[in-house]
Design a protein around this ligand. Sequence first.
Ligand SMILES: Nc1ncnc2c1ncn2[C@@H]1O[C@H](COP(=O)(O)OP(=O)(O)O)[C@@H](O)[C@H]1O
Ligand SMILES: [Mg+2]
Length: 611
Amino acid sequence: MRTWVFRVLAGAGVAGVIAAVVVMWVSWKGDVDPAGATIGLASLIVAAVSLWQSRTGPRPSSPAVDPADVLAVDPPEQGDRSQVSDSAGSAGLPSPAAAAPAYPPAVPATTDRRALPNAATLTVPAGLPGLPRPPAAVFLGRRQVLTRLRKTLTTTPKTPGKPPAARPAGSAGVEPVVITQAAVYGLGGIGKSELALQYAAGHRDAYRLVWWIEADSPAQIQTSLAGLTRAICAGADSVAAAAATVEEATDWALAWLAAHPGWLLVFDNVEDSGDLHPYLGRLTGGHVLITTRRDTGWRDLGCTPISLEVLDPEPAQRLLTRMIIQAHPTRPPGRGAPAHKAGPAESAELAGLAEDLGFLPLALTQAAAFIARTPGMNVTTYRALLRDNPGKAHAAAPPGGDGERVIAQVWTITRTRIAAQNPLAPRLLALLACYAPDQLPITVLHHLPDADELQIGQALGLLASYSMITISPDSGTGSDAVSVHRLIQAVTLNDLPGHERQTVHTRAADLLTAELPEDPDVIGSWPAYRRLLAHARAALPPRSPAMSQVIDYLYASGDYATAKTLQHQRYQAQLDHHGPEHPDTLFAQADLASYTGMAGDVAGARDQFAA
Ligand SMILES: Nc1ncnc2c1ncn2[C@@H]1O[C@H](COP(=O)(O)OP(=O)(O)O)[C@@H](O)[C@H]1O
Ligand SMILES: [Mg+2]
């Protein structure tokens, strides 16, 4: 819409607010006339929308369907509210697809935007890593499941209607047309992501492209796919790629994948199989590997489910042995043990410890790191410590059987030790537990007021040496990013008394707020927002100004679906806090209706405006 329209809307908005308040006041004074009150409330909402439109000015992108148009507030002849509602009936509404061309695409005013390059013509840039971190150096006991996984992915599905393999393994060793999909499922900490990493790294040469997708939420899936576009376009037209909306970039990635068969996509930690619906149907010519804690719904999506169990006793014991004895050949695992090889008594202790830890790889690696790092510690003593720390059962952790209890036990022991060595380390871990588990830019922590970068680096190094966190390079910035396993996050937070937990959450939100670039409308700020989005969702209170900034970024960058989801939480929080008639609630409701319309749900937008 043009500027004069906004001026008119601003005037109408102010007048509307006054008129609405008068109408409502009169209605309520007169022993509550429901019709009058309804008209007054509706006018107030419409006025709020007008004010909102004028407050925000011409947004960098225009909606596919402008909610103001849905409500038909512009044409003067549509006068009263009932007419407005009627005109917004489904028969009169344009479908989102039909309406889309009537509006300009999302174009932030200050930027240079151009079309993305032709997907068919670009090849994978040399050296594209595609994986979030290198696979673990010590990886034991998964030979059979790896073989099964490879077989599943390389066997042409016999599903009726699926096109047959057009040619044998091509340059990338993958059937060019078919898609094969495997879903590895199991408890948290059992080794699903590690298995996927090992598979991807081990077979990297068989694929044209390997790409890792953080798949906890639909927004993260989109962001990771859009990241593929930016990675492929980096050498050709990085400006166009940086400026593309998340939807454009995601569509481009899917077009590129369709044009270049022979890839492997890893969707890591899918929470809901439905989140993959929009993609799996559109992907052909590659392999899809899913990791998930959910054990149902995969066959319906054409995926072969593969169950991952805890390690067998023998590799579990070997894992402990390798990490404890071979990391420190001079330190025996128990009293009187030989330097390099465990004797029968020590082997029995190692086997016992593996069992105490439920053969869970996450617990095994952490316990082994603790024993290997702690002077004077041996397996026997550690087992005694475990018995003295039964571990709290807690509700905060995701469902995962005994895994949480064991991880809680291990954490209790480790926390005491690292707190004695460096009190900043447990504080940092508690903060890290408030963000999304993967890839928090380390620069967020640098906003801590009472620790400098060196101290933070030392404390993180200590946590990493105890296998509590993983530090990996952040490909976007050249600095580092920190990942913490979800189970460790859960037990860390659960371990804090209620008031401390609240303080830590507040501090985590403050640090993240300080890291957010100021102007979410400017394309130059988008890469930072993209990297911080998952963490912002985890850490920022819905009513905070910082969350509003994040939603503005989503709006500006064209991710209307996520903008709508977050705005819904914001509206609900305003409603709970202020009640239904407070201006903040009404503004939040108007914004929600707007994003709902732009996300393609025109009828939903109408209902929200009319509510
Ligand atoms: N087979 C294995 N051998 C050695 N370490 C393993 C193995 N499987 C997993 N790990 C380690 O255990 C930890 C948890 O594994 P992860 O893959 O993150 O679990 P999940 O994804 O199932 O929650 C990681 O540190 C990983 O490196
Ligand atoms: Mg995982």
